[in-house]
Design a protein around this ligand. Sequence first.
Ligand code: BG6
Length: 797
Amino acid sequence: MKRPGVWNMLMAAVCVALLSGLQAQDHPGQVSIILLGATGDLARKYLWQGLFHLYLEEVGKGHHFRFHGTALTSTEQGQEAIAKVLESLSCPGDMASGHCAELKAQFQQLSEYRRLKTPEDYLALSKDIEAQVEHEGLRETGRIFYLSVPPFAYVDIARNINSSCRPGPSAWLRVVLEKPFGHDLHSAQQLAAELGSFFREEEMYRVDHYLGKQVVAQILPFRDQNRAALDGLWNRHHVERVEIVMKETLDAEGRTSFYEEYGVIRDVLQNHLTEVLTLVAMELPVNTSSPEAVLQHKLQAFQALRGLQRHSAVLGQYQAYSGQVRRELQKPDNFHSLTPTFAGILVHIDNLRWEGVPFILMSGKALDERVSYVRILFKNQAFCVQSEKHWVAAQSRCLPRQIIFYIGHGELDSPAVLVSRNLFRPTLPSASWKEVEGQPGLRLFGLPLSDYYAYSPVREQDAYSLLISHIFHCRKDSFVTTENLLASWVFWTPLLDSLAHEVPRFYPGGAENGQLLDFEFSGSHLSFSQLLPEQLVPGPDSAPLPSDFQVLTAKYRDSPLISAWPEELIARLAGDIEAAAVRAVRRFGEFHLALSGGSSPVALFQQLAAGHYSFPWAHTHLWLVDERCVPLWDPESNFQGLQTHLLQHVRVPHYNVHPMPVHRRQRLCAEEDQGAQAYAEEISALVTNGSFDLVLLGMGTDGHTASLFPQSPAGLDGEQLVVLTTSPSSPHQRMSLSLPLINRARKVAVLVMGRMKREIAMLVSRVGHEPKKWPISGVLPDSGQLVWYMDYDAFLG
Ligand code: BG6
């Protein structure tokens, strides 16, 4: 596999060599920029202006340029459209108008329109560039293809560029791509693989225009240049919360065919807000201008993100949206969309720097104002005795302390970096950032502007101009690499899947939204602050809401059965476990809990970790019901699941945690290492009568439980407390508590969730005591209690 880091470094070196070599050579070099989709919206609004800006910046520095606007439209129509755009280009305010006109005329002269559709068109373009370069006595430095086209066109275009339009070996190729880069992890991987078959990683520049916003581009340099002040502050001990926000007043009208497929999370949060999040959260590399180091640190930040749950999000949709979709996409009158146009998400980062600090990501259309910002609010541990009227902004430790990366718009109406005066005076590069002039009466985030050190760019630059310049200068750190992109989709896809059928809260739009969309969090749960009876989408397919059902109690195999929707079921089970723990600790001073692994208990672990503050963890012993014969740090290990979802969030003394000894003497589950016997001895030594207070089991689709399988007789009866068994699925080797040991427990809870379990649940409800065929049927505590916890999908189908 190619190492992107090495490639990046190599490319940076190549870039420098090419750029400097160029100045040294007799034949100046030419860069050709081919803009695909040159008559489209983005091109008209930003890209041509960005190219002109690049030209203004670089002209006279030894480079020659040619700009080829291309599209599928006929030459005549295209030329007309392009001529209009070129006419509207503007120069920076401080450029003399005569000079501007001259440069604009040059730029127009160097720009052409051509249709680019067939492989022959690409070949002809390539030949024309070569002929023109030769004719003018130049040499070719490189070609930039800027794809401002819908994503379905990427692969064909990429194939054509690769086969017919690559420059010669001494010149470089850069291909610029605009989002969306997939719809979920799978489609993003597919697209990445396809593009990867045509281009090398260092040839691709995936644009996230937020990385070109001046303030966003300043986050890392700011952190770097203010290390001394921030070192002690940028962590969980001092940061109260981080808010990353993009509010818009516009709605999705005119774009519903795109929006209906993507929605706000894919459109804004997966890319723009996530990129900003990583810039704030990542460990600061020693060298912040090394794209390689920045990428590696970003990827580490992704790895520390805690997985999102359905309850990490609140969703909304402005009321006019469905009507717009019906009109624009010719949908029937009874069509109602579930696409969210507003989302608030609560993100947690499980590392030592950020553990416990809420990161709130929020974006929405049709809100009351247009503004984007990152707000880092610091904790305030001071108590000020003097009355408020004596507080002085620069000194009072009682005024809010915050750093705001004001990305744009809003009341300030310009990008800015704001630092509360009671924090520190920040350093920003004085050539490009200036202090904001006072605006009497203006308050931002609860403070008058005068309470902040506030800096804005000396010259405001549009994101696309900045990015186009970075493409030219090979600044890869301003772009999204394949690894970075996929890491983001890994993070977002499970949430998107779990929200696919969620009904958003409807909001009227604009100022009328009032407090309707305000939300709040508790633990890792986010919910709207105002409780409303949620509207159900009318229509034949509308799904029932969990609240339509009560927790149901009944009997299953003659034992109590509790059935509910997954959330209620998990909440009930977690509550029952806590109650058992409290009882056991009160009576015996300790609670012995044996837990199964796999996917069903994950939600339970998370629930216990997030919401059970009275749980007597300090007196709880945690045991494993079964284990896969893999090292404990392997993601497949049951212990690892327990560690990730529970142990690292609660305070169980280390000596109360009892992983199964599957890895001894650097071997996995070797009989002669006697791991099973050792675990049995540990149980006998610590658990009175080998009688666990509570054993949590699951039920496999083949009727297995713990790691006791129908095909493998070990552990179904006999004296052994812990056994080695064989699973039909990989990893085959397992260690498990035996059925006799399980049946000694005071209480056994069997958790069965999901439609996949429906058939086995039906079957097992009818069979007798046949542990050899269905080990689960052998679970019947000798003197304890058995309770079945089944969700509706498993129980009712
Ligand atoms: C785009 C989204 O990427 O960003 C749009 O597709 C959104 O839906 C836009 O309106 C916002 O960008 P900006 O620069 O106006 O904040």
